[in-house]
Design a protein around this ligand. Structure first.
Ligand code: BG6
Length: 516
């Protein structure tokens, strides 16, 4: 139920914005437009792109969902989202928000109804003609994943999946989770690639859009001093932590079918692992970067039942409280929508071995969990100790390079310094680079970066079909093991760093988790 074509206008970007050249004029269609992702992330990201002059002067956004909504109602809800969720520092004054919202239209319909897609097609053509959008289209799948195949099929049937004039582009962004195991990911890839060509397909993992994650590549390949040390001769081990203080929130329906392995390890954690460990690409482009990433994934030693028993730990939070706050938080099994005897893991720690010349013998320890004591995502490169201790009697820790992905974005390196005074006493000190201090502002929207890249046809920060499948191939044995072996849950209290076994995983190797 749309309110009619006259309420939708394209927006002329105000003259003075950032120096980036705008993308091509296009229409962005968000499937699942009434959902959480759209409200919290996509609409604010598109707004921030418009505000920074990264969208073309002419653009339109169509929300598509089952919920019946008029253009006006969609525009109003978009303004609300911008006000609530826009990045700090974005100018979201009334006039600018309204101006942006005028570019929004809404089409409601059932995903299995061909008529709904005919309606969408009609709307696309109208907006295209009215605002000269050159037939460029970006489809964003932000619905529950089980609907993806249906949308892809309907786009194909409605003749919307390919450009028809030989000049315009049609691209599709597919949200994670891309499948729920190797088999379903392969099936989804097949369904997608029957309709779209691989260069049209942008499989999104929002971690790759974070500035600090991209900065990892800059640190490694834009500087001469780190790469020579980035190997088994100098690195003792690597720790990658993605800790959240939040519990499952309102997402039990999804999380009960996923768990931390599917939700975080298969995607974000393996992305971080491959960026830390990949070989230098020939260029910073989609083919070169993704070729190197897949080589690393293929070098990770596959998990077996025996190695899962020793090298993978899962956990589920029980009731507990955050440090410094006595209020009792519910355990996972008490959260709304969660089964009282749920065996879904909210924590995973794993030791990964990369069998190649650079990393042989250097373990990568990964851990991620919900309801941990602090929100922090970091990559810590722990270097080997000095080979000979000249300064006797001093117990020197090893040097650590820490990349803080969030929330205190930055890089720090620890080393030893002499304490002032007569005696030769050493102390560990740190040198720090802080995004906030150097560049100001808070976390920037990863979604804005990635949507912008897609509109420009740059797939470097998106996953390729083979990359997604390689990541599923790695976690598949873990998922199967988890399904066939019952855990003893809950096994960590909310507000703690996960189950005791996660500490033992490192202690067995004579190491310890950092306490970020
Ligand atoms: C999502 C997961 O992909 O990433 C969530 O589905 C998780 O469970 C989120 O909370 C974490 O993202 P960020 O950017 O807040 O670290």
């Amino acid at each position: 139920m749309n309110s009619g074509k006259n309420t939708v206008a394209t927006v002329d970007a105000p003259a003075k914005r950032s120096s980036r050249t705008p993308a091509d004029p296009c229409t962005i269609v968000i499937f699942g437009a009434s959902g959480d992702l759209s409200r919290r992330k996509l609409i604010p990201a598109l707004y921030s792109l418009a505000a920074q002059n990264c969208l073309a002067r002419r653009f339109a956004i169509i929300g598509f969902a089952r919920t019946a909504m008029t253009d006006d109602a969609f525009q109003k809800s978009a303004i609300d989202s911008i006000k609530k969720f826009a990045e700090p520092g974005t100018n979201n004054d009334e006039v600018q928000c309204k101006e942006f919202a005028q570019a929004l239209a809404f089409v409601s319909g059932e995903y299995h109804h061909p008529e709904a897609f005919q309606k969408l097609k009609q709307r696309l053509e109208e907006l295209d003609r009215a605002h000269k959008l050159n037939g460029n289209r970006l489809f964003y799948l932000a619905t529950p994943p089980d609907i993806y195949p249906l949308i892809i099929e309907q786009l194909h049937k409605a003749g919307l999946a390919k450009n028809t004039n030989g000049k315009s582009w049609v691209r599709i962004i597919i949200e994670k989770p891309f499948g729920r195991d190797l088999e379903s990911a392969q099936k989804l890839n097949k369904a997608v690639l029957e309709v779209f060509d691989e260069p049209q397909v942008y499989r999104i993992d929002h971690y790759l859009g974070k500035d600090t994650v991209q900065n990892l590549l800059v640190l490694r390949f834009g500087n001469g001093i780190f790469e020579p040390l980035w190997n088994r001769n100098y690195v003792d081990h690597v720790q990658i932590t993605a800790a959240e203080t939040l519990g499952v929130e309102q997402r039990a329906a999804f999380y009960e079918t996923a768990g931390a392995t599917r939700d975080m390890i298969q995607s974000h954690m393996l992305q971080l692992t491959s960026l830390v460990s990949m070989e230098p690409p020939a260029a910073f482009d989609a083919t070169a970067v993704r070729n190197e990433k897949i080589k690393v994934l293929q070098s990770i030693r596959p998990f077996t039942e025996a190695s899962i028993e020793t090298d993978v730990v899962r956990g589920q939070y029980g009731p507990g409280s955050m440090p410094g706050n006595s209020s009792l938080l519910a355990g996972y099994r008490q959260e709304p929508g969660v089964k009282k005897d749920s065996n879904i893991e909210t924590f995973v720690a794993a030791k990964i071995q990369i069998d190649n010349w650079r990393w042989a013998g250097v373990p990568f320890y990964l851990r991620t969990g919900k309801r941990l004591p602090s929100r922090v995502t970091e990559i810590a490169i722990q270097f080997r100790k000095a080979p000979h201790l000249v300064f006797r009697g001093q117990d020197l820790s090893s040097n650590t390079l820490v990349l803080n992905v969030q929330p205190d974005e930055g890089i720090s390196i620890s080393f030893h310094a002499k304490l002032p005074g007569q005696e030769m006493k050493l102390k560990t000190v740190t040198m720090e680079f802080s995004y906030q201090k150097e560049f100001g502002g808070g976390e920037r929207s990863a979604y804005a970066t990635l949507i912008n890249d897609c509109m420009r046809g740059d797939a470097t920060l998106f996953d390729r079909a083979d990359g997604v499948e390689a990541a599923w191939a790695l976690v598949n044995p873990i998922l199967e093991y988890f399904e066939s072996h019952k855990p003893k849950f809950p096994n960590y209290a909310a507000g703690t760093w996960g189950p005791r076994e996660a500490d033992e995983l490192l202690e067995r190797d004579g190491r310890h988790w950092r306490k970020p």
